[in-house]
Design a protein around this ligand. Sequence first.
Ligand code: PLP
Length: 384
Amino acid sequence: MRPPRQFTTRPETRTAQALHYVHPLHGAVVPGIEPSSTFARDENYDPMGAQVYARSGNPTLAHAEAVLADLDGAAEAMIFTSGMSATVAVMETLRAGDHVVAPRIMYHGGAVWLQRMEAVRGIEVTFYDAGVPDALAAAIRPGQTRMVWVETPTNPNWQITDIAAAADVAHSAGARLIVDATVSPACTTRALDLGADLVFQSATKYLNGHSDITGGGLSVATVDPWWEEIRDVRTLQGTAMAAFEAWLLIRGLRTLHLRFDRASASALALAAHFEGHPALRGVLYPGLANHPGHAIAARQMTGGFGGMLSILASSEGAARKIASHTQVMLPATSLGGVETLIEHRMAVEPPGSAVAPELLRISVGIEAVEDLIADLEQAIERAQ
Ligand code: PLP
């Protein structure tokens, strides 16, 4: 056995070492994969460990959940097979007549699911404009609103919501605050410390960071019957992440801080370079001083403004041409991976989406920023 440490480590140190993992018997510094779907009991017929059957979880997943809970400063974390299965599990706890407040431009899968809940379950939803101060507060119905959903920065306009202020208005109305932190994980935004009750993240994105699994994380401030109901939904639906994916996620989490630092620095450099470009109508990035949410972002995103930015081309046609002409940036959906992606967002938005047709979303990876700038310059030039 290794002796206990004499001092408290920082979160990035614990994440990098998957909570100072060393196998107690042979000293391996990387956790193994436990693919078993069932778990034996002892001589008293009591479970030997925390698991009985893998539909409710597995030891590798428990390790990933411990790393995520530690990173978020959460009481507990739960990890699902996708971001959407985690979102659905949370929304499954709503009852007919409950009211939900959510951003008008949010991840479209979440919005579509809320609209479905309105149609088939009798849930009421008010969508607010995240770019308008007090719109969130005005949407809340004290005593009826159960959940206030915040996404910050919002996808793909990167509007910023003040989490501490949102927590105050949600709590004073008796509602829970849920923050989608997919684009700004705890290495930059400490959503639970700022007052959120639950942090949601698509682990497909920055947490894993290598575009090779789908996953969804929930991190909770307090373990209560609501949290246990979400756990029951996950067990009954069978949406706990399997061991191999959980192992990849642990591996990805270990480099989260490094990857996020690099993506933030490169995104800021790209945004600064293309701001004012004569062939573009604008650059949306919370790290730019002229972004409407910049002051809040500067206060709230303590570890960088992240790797997500959007550019507005001169027209929808020009946007599609730019995304077709890049030679380093890959024209694909998703975000938060080590490779830079460029996406004509309208191509994947549902009908009626408020997203601008000339918007291109860029997820900045970890490549040399000079190559990314040169690539976008030549694509813009060829699209003229
Ligand atoms: N929330 C945000 C902000 C996202 O970008 C995504 C996926 O793109 C999701 C939620 C859904 O996650 P997943 O695709 O892992 O189901």
